[in-house]
Design a protein around this ligand. Structure first.
Ligand SMILES: Nc1ncnc2c1ncn2[C@@H]1O[C@H](COP(=O)(O)OP(=O)(O)OP(=O)(O)O)[C@@H](O)[C@H]1O
Ligand SMILES: [Mg+2]
Length: 296
C-alpha cells in the first residue's frame, strides 16, 4: 500500500472511531436520560399515590369527625345518667337483691362499656385532628413514664417491661398527644405477645431528633400487615378488640409534629416501632419564640 491510500485509510479509521465514540456518548447520554426519565416517572407516581392517600385520609377524617360529634353528645348524658343512677342506688339501704346485682355488677360493667365507646370517640376526634391544642416544652421521658402507667393494665399480665431512658433536653410539642402515641404502641406491643414476653421502651437523642423505640417479643407481622399498618380501620384483631385506629391516630399525631414512625418486624420474633420526632417541630419553628406554639 502506498503512503497516500494508507493515510486516507487511517484518516477514515479515525473518523469512524470518532463517530463511534460520539455514538457511544450519545447512547450513554440517552441511557442516563432514560434513567432520569424513569426516576422522574417513579417520583410522579409516588406523588400521585401520596395525593390519593391524602385525599382518602382527609375524607375519612371528615367522616370520623362527623361520626365522633354525633356520638359524643348522647354519650355524655348516657355516661352522666349512669353514674348518677349508680350513686343513687348505692345510697339506698337495705337494697333489694335484684337491685344490688345492678349496683355491684351490671352498672359498673355498663359504665366500662360506655368508657370504651368514649375512648373510641376520643380516638376518632384526634384522628380527624379536631382538637387543636397548643405546643409547649415538655419532658419526653416523663410522657413515656405516663404512657407506661396508663398502659400498665394491658402490659402487666403479658410482659416484663424494660425501660432504657436516655438523658434528653426538653422537647417541643403536645405532650398529651405524644403520650397517646406511646400508649397506642405499648398496648399493641402487649396485645402482640401471646403469653409472656418483654416490652422494651427506650429514648435517646440525636442532633436533630428524638427517638423513642417500643420493642416487643410478640408475634411480629407479615409483609401484608406491614404494608397496611397505618391505614385507618385496618385491624387483624377480633371484632370488639381492635378498631384499627390506634396506629392511624399515632401516625397522624407524629406527622403533625413533623416526625415519622418507622417499623421493623420479624414474624414469630417481634417488632420494633421507632418514633422519630424533630427536636423542634416545623410548626413550632414558624411560631414566634417565647409565645405558646400552635400546631398546624
Ligand atoms: N407490635 C405489634 N405486633 C404485631 N402486630 C401489630 C403490632 N402493632 C400493630 N400491629 C398490627 O397492626 C394492626 C393495626 O394496629 P392498630 O393499633 O392501628 O389497630 P388495632 O390495635 O387493631 O386496634 P385499636 O384501634 O384498638 O388500636 C393490628 O391489628 C395488628 O395486626
Ligand atoms: Mg392498637
Amino acid at each position: 500500500m502506498t503512503a497516500v491510500p494508507a493515510l486516507a485509510a487511517a484518516a477514515a479509521c479515525v473518523v469512524a472511531l470518532a463517530a463511534l465514540v460520539a455514538l457511544r456518548h450519545a447512547a450513554m447520554r440517552s441511557t442516563a436520560l432514560a434513567g432520569r426519565l424513569a426516576a422522574a416517572q417513579e417520583e410522579l407516581a409516588a406523588a400521585q399515590r401520596a395525593i390519593a392517600t391524602q385525599e382518602r385520609l382527609s375524607s375519612l377524617g371528615m367522616l370520623a369527625a362527623g361520626v365522633a360529634h354525633e356520638i359524643n353528645n348522647p354519650m355524655s348524658y348516657v355516661t352522666a345518667n349512669l353514674e348518677a343512677l349508680t350513686q343513687d342506688l348505692a345510697r339506698i339501704s337495705p337494697l333489694p337483691r335484684v337491685l344490688s346485682d345492678y349496683v355491684d355488677d351490671i352498672l359498673p360493667a355498663t359504665l366500662d362499656g360506655v368508657e370504651r365507646v368514649n375512648a373510641i370517640v376520643a380516638d376518632l376526634r384526634s384522628f380527624s385532628r379536631e382538637d387543636p391544642g397548643a405546643m409547649c416544652e415538655f419532658d419526653l421521658n416523663a410522657q413515656v413514664e405516663a404512657a407506661l402507667r396508663i398502659a400498665n393494665g394491658s402490659l402487666r399480665h403479658r410482659a416484663q417491661v424494660v425501660t432504657q431512658l436516655g438523658r434528653l433536653p426538653p422537647a417541643i410539642g403536645k405532650p398529651q398527644q405524644i403520650a397517646q402515641v406511646l400508649v397506642n404502641l405499648l398496648v399493641n406491643a402487649a396485645q402482640a405477645i401471646p403469653q409472656w414476653g418483654t416490652v422494651t421502651v427506650s429514648t435517646r437523642t440525636h442532633p436533630d431528633e428524638f427517638l423513642v423505640e417500643v420493642r416487643d417479643t410478640g408475634v411480629g407481622m407479615d409483609a401484608e400487615t406491614l404494608r397496611r399498618l397505618f391505614t385507618p380501620f385496618f385491624t387483624t384483631k377480633p371484632v370488639g378488640e381492635g378498631t384499627g385506629l390506634g396506629l392511624a391516630v399515632a401516625n397522624g399525631i407524629v406527622r403533625s409534629h413533623g416526625g415519622r414512625i418507622t417499623v421493623r418486624s420479624t414474624p414469630g420474633a417481634g417488632s420494633v416501632f421507632s418514633v422519630h420526632l424533630p427536636r423542634v417541630p416545623p410548626t413550632a419553628r414558624r411560631a414566634r419564640p417565647g409565645s405558646p406554639q400552635q400546631a398546624a
